[in-house]
Design a protein around this ligand. Sequence first.
Ligand code: IDC
Length: 520
Amino acid sequence: MNYKIHKFLILIGLIGIMMVSVIGCGKKEENATTQTEITSEDGNATEQIDEIGSSEANSSKAIANTGDYTFTLASNNSWESGDMVYIQYDCIIKNHSDVNGSDWKITIDVPQGSKLDNGWNGEYEISGDKLIITPVDYNKEVVSGAEIPIGFILATPESFSADKAVLEIGGNQYALGENESPTAKTENTEVTNDAKDTTTEPVDKETSDKKVATKDISGTPVANHGALSVEGTNIVDKNGDIFQLQGVSTHGINWFPEYVNKEAFSDLSKYGVNAIRLAMYTVDYNGYCEGGSQANLEATIDKGVQACTELGMYVIIDWHILNDKDPNVHKDSAIQFFEKMSKKYADYDNVLYEICNEPNGGTTWESVKSYAEEVIPVIRTNDKDALIIVGTPNWSQDVDVASNNPIQGQKNIVYAVHFYAATHQGNIRSKVETAIGNGLPVIVSESNISEASGNGALNYDEGEKWMDLIDRYHLSCFAWSLGNKDETSSFLKANVSKTSGFSEGDFSDSGKWYLEHYSK
Ligand code: IDC
């Protein structure tokens, strides 16, 4: 998808555009999106808000809230390409009733000549000036109390706001649109349309019934939760309860090995951090495959693994590809490395393997998948069930692409999505929702609220939206990065020279933000 062209938005003056300058490692830039939040007073009205003229907003949201179902249609991004205007929509059907609904149908009025650019979680058909969406196999039924997310990108010949739409389900119609009253029954609703209520819970019945593991009262995280595995789209603990890793990634251990120490990890654990990611670059700055001392790097990894094991924390061994772009470039070294690591840590319940940090530079999912299909069996020879994290194309953003063609015949595989909230926003969150809707287990194995460069202003609002998504889907999350490098994604302030014994005042703004979330 091409998100780079925003001329349309400038022309119609809907938003202030953030054309973010090209950053350190060449991240794909995304524009800001703002979701409008609506509070319904009476819970019965059909509401529609188009937020126009706000400096950042490019969103509109309409809700039909009429008793049994809430039907939400929100545009959260738009751009111009060629002579068409592309608008991305998120749509949610929520069933508030006690009975399951089925065979839903959505009809939306669209301008003549509109085309569907992309659509997920539905069958799409355009007929004249109507876009008709019907279910796919796995979301025919809207289970009582559950929601289903649907999304699409519409290419229209003119600028347009979708405000005439009807959801049909269970013999009733739920209509959005000016001067149209809802045609469904309106009694007996307790719905309040705050943002939380209109967002999605796991669609999967099996997983939404699962208990979420409570925070550790006594005992270490690993003592309490043991070996992790994947069930449906969730990471679960030894009891089968959903479990969320709350992690911090080191900076490259080839740059900053000094932060790999037990005291530092223990300091973080006091704020709810239960996992550390040991990021070992492959080619950047004396990486494992180019110029680095493999023996030293392996010794640092071992120090980190032993520290985490003694503290009862989980630990990711991260093969941090970046400037090598395609993991196949150093596939042979990766195979040797993971052969060695998985043999060494075969009996460690707390060790996870991340086999390719961020494929980029046009590396396709097919290429990543074929690499994974060679590396995973090597790990499995030694370690039958450790969690293995697989990066996705575009700097681990395209989990939606991976979800269309996931790795087959392997268990305990999770797919990485990475975000830097000042750069990566609504459209990447949509990818996560699409992937999860398609049944893909997703992990945020790296993130920050800085720009994708690892520096620049922090975006707290977008960070909160990411945290909402993370909590909604019980995702595991890791923050970049433990160190005092003078960049805003560093966990420590630049003038803090100690490498352990941290106290509150030593943490940077982004560090504090994560620790506040983790300690909730
Ligand atoms: C950045 C570091 C920066 C270092 C650079 C090397 O923050 O100090 O000079 O790598 O290229 C990623 C990568 C991660 C990046 C980080 C910030 O996984 O290695 O670290 N980032 O750019 N993906 C998105 C952002």
